[in-house]
Design a protein around this ligand. Structure first.
Ligand code: HEC
Length: 127
């Protein structure tokens, strides 16, 4: 009997640990996602598909950010994406609808980290 009780208590602890683990997974977001949610989601949308609430006010619609790799022959164009975000290197089609990092008040070393994080995040949402 004693042994069974110990086993049940053991399972209880395990279940609690699992639930705790799942809950912390749900609340801790990758840093790039946080940058995205703060500065990009209004135009590019929650899933990156270009359907943010602000997108309909723009003359140029934001592109589907989940297709960047697909549209680049299967390779995520990290450098192009980085330069597009900073504003340092934008294709001629860019309308100016998208603010650059300085507009977003992201400057200095923290900005470099946030930039790297958001680019890494975009890579994870590729289809
Ligand atoms: C005010 C709306 C708006 C915001 C905010 C915005 N974007 Fe954009 N983004 C656009 C539009 C519009 C385009 C299409 C390019 C153009 O202007 O012609 C675009 C294009 C892009 C591209 C495509 C680059 C390419 O070469 O295909 C990337 C990547 C991108 N945005 C990432 C981001 C990230 C990351 C953020 C947040 C740090 C962000 N955008 C914030 C509107 C926005």
């Amino acid at each position: 009997m004693r042994q069974t009780g110990g086993l049940a208590a053991g399972f209880g602890t395990l279940a609690l640990a699992l639930v705790g683990g799942l809950m912390s997974c749900a609340t801790i977001e990758p840093p790039g996602r946080r940058v995205y949610d703060e500065h990009c989601v209004m135009c590019h949308g929650a899933q990156g598909r270009g359907d943010g609430y602000f997108a309909e006010r723009l003359l140029t619609l934001p592109p589907d950010l989940t297709r960047l790799a697909q549209d680049n022959g299967g390779t995520f164009p990290a450098t192009r994406v980085t330069l597009a975000i900073t504003g340092e290197g934008r294709d001629s089609h860019f309308s100016g609808a998208m603010p650059d990092l300085a507009d977003l008040k992201l400057t200095g070393r923290a900005a470099d980290r946030q930039l790297a994080a958001v680019v890494a995040y975009l890579e994870t949402i590729q289809q």
